[in-house]
Design a protein around this ligand. Structure first.
Ligand SMILES: [Ca+2]
Ligand SMILES: [Ca+2]
Length: 136
């Protein structure tokens, strides 16, 4: 998938919502970013080590994480807490790579998380990630 196709995918989401409403179907329980459930084509930042606690799932650049909070999974540790400077592990379920940064607006120390990679944040990143952007 090239960058243009990715843009199309993101732009297509509202259309999918409209179709679901037209047919009266319940919104899918999965495949939506920021819903607290990490699905394929999403990048996830976890509140605790070893993919523990809540997860912040996203699939578009986050210039800052100060306006994001943990929403799920249901009953998870860390729910409603802020994501900024508050993540200890990650799992990239997206088909692209993701950079994480220790400052907002893609500043500070930059780390790369290849597609499919999961792990615990090293000392440089643990509870310090503040923005994130995807890459090929
Ligand atoms: Ca999701
Ligand atoms: Ca954000």
């Amino acid at each position: 998938m090239n960058k243009n196709l990715r843009g199309l995918r993101l732009a297509a989401a509202p259309a999918a919502i409209a179709v679901a409403m037209l047919v009266g179907a319940a919104a899918p329980a999965s495949a939506w970013a920021r819903d607290g459930y990490l699905e394929p084509e999403e990048m996830g930042l976890y509140y605790l080590v070893n993919r523990g606690g809540c997860v912040f799932d996203y699939n578009n650049n986050e210039e800052t994480l100060t306006d994001n909070q943990f929403n799920g999974p249901a009953g998870c540790d860390g729910r409603t807490k802020g994501v900024n400077d508050n993540t200890e592990s990650y799992w990239n379920r997206d088909n692209v790579g993701w950079y994480v940064y220790t400052d907002w607006k893609y500043g500070g120390i930059k780390g790369s998380i290849p597609s499919g990679y999961t792990g615990n944040a090293s000392a440089n990143y643990k509870n310090k990630i503040s923005s994130s952007s995807w890459y090929w």
